[in-house]
Design a protein around this ligand. Structure first.
Ligand SMILES: [Zn+2]
Length: 332
């Protein structure tokens, strides 16, 4: 039971996929030798009993029994449940492979599928491979990629776009200084526009007075006043825009740094669901060839990946440091 829970927590099994594990472990339905119904399996996977508590009248109580799994693993199981809580036909297609159709074949560009092979000994192996369905491109990729290897490749790619805690803190601090510089620049600009606005208002007043005391006729009055009125409106709009657009500009960058730092934790925790959606988000293309998964990272993830590789290529601490800093150099 513990092994099954651990398997499901990896997020690589669907409910139907994990059902065969129940069967193999001879955990079967109460009504005769039949596989557990999906509803029972889902009940088991949702039961907090396994991490040492129990439900009584809808309240969670601390049990006196030894927990089978950690609370963390229970949470991972709930995440995996959500991921596979899609309509049934969809689940069937996935058959327990989280990364099915996640990548394309590096040779022919066709979708990468996943399948199980059962050896004579009964041992099961999970593989990813090209579907070879392209009619235009002849596929030269004949190798299968073991699931373990594929998952290693997923981790390696996520590792390329991760920011360690230390650098997360440093980058966030730098963003803060940029933001305060920004708001100072903005204030200087606002003050300059306001000064200009006062001059224009004074000019408009003089023209109004000139018209009132008869020193300007109506044509002269219009000719002098109209351009000033439109400059006045223009300045007023600019001031409003500057005052509105506070620090929001750097918010996407801040979020990217936080997420890239989170990615480091997903690798450590082997949180496949998060790693999958993160790679889909920061990469435009994922190719599998010769046992290697290559993600085409989009900006700014591509700059981060280059930096991570540059940092890794040296053991010298100050060089590593300067490579990290160059990421946040003049280019925000
Ligand atoms: Zn192919």
């Amino acid at each position: 039971m513990k092994r099954i829970l651990e398997l499901f927590a990896t997020g690589t099994y669907s409910l139907t996929g994990i059902r065969s594990e129940f069967l193999k472990a001879n955990i079967i339905g109460e009504k005769g030798k039949r596989p557990m119904p999906i509803s029972s399996i889902s009940y088991v996977l949702r039961n907090p009993f396994y991490y040492g508590v129990f439900l009584h009248k809808n309240e969670i109580h601390q049990g006196s029994h030894v927990p089978m799994i950690s609370k963390k693993m229970f949470d991972d199981i709930q995440t995996a449940m959500v991921a596979f809580g899609r309509p049934r036909h969809d689940r069937k297609k996935d058959r327990g492979f989280l990364f099915r159709h996640f990548a394309m074949c590096g040779s022919c560009g066709y979708s990468i599928t996943a399948e199980r092979h059962t050896k004579k000994s009964g041992l099961q192996f999970h593989y990813y491979r090209c579907t070879h369905k392209s009619k235009k491109e002849k596929c030269e990729e004949r190798s299968f990629v073991r699931q373990e290897k594929f998952l290693e490749e997923v981790k390696r790619n996520v590792g390329l776009v991760s920011i360690p805690d230390e650098w997360k803190e440093k980058f966030l601090a730098r963003i803060e200084t940029w933001e305060s510089d920004d708001s100072q620049d903005r204030q200087t600009q606002i003050d300059a526009f306001k000064a200009e606005l006062i001059l224009i208002k004074q000019k408009i007043d003089r023209i109004n007075n000139g018209f009132a005391d008869g020193s300007l006729d109506i044509l002269e009055f219009k000719e002098l006043k109209n351009p000033l009125v439109s400059s006045k409106a223009d300045l007023e709009q600019k001031i409003v825009a500057l005052e509105k657009g506070k620090a929001n500009r750097l918010e996407p960058l801040r979020n990217f740094i936080l997420e890239a730092n989170q990615a480091e934790k997903w690798v450590k925790e082997e949180n496949w669901l998060e790693m999958k959606s993160f790679l889909q988000k920061v990469g435009s293309n994922r190719l599998l060839r010769a046992q290697t998964l290559t993600v085409s990272f989009k900006k700014p993830a591509n700059l981060l990946a280059e930096t991570v590789l540059a940092v890794r290529s040296t053991n010298d601490f100050s060089q590593q440091s300067s490579r990290w800093w160059s990421l946040s150099g003049s280019n925000r």
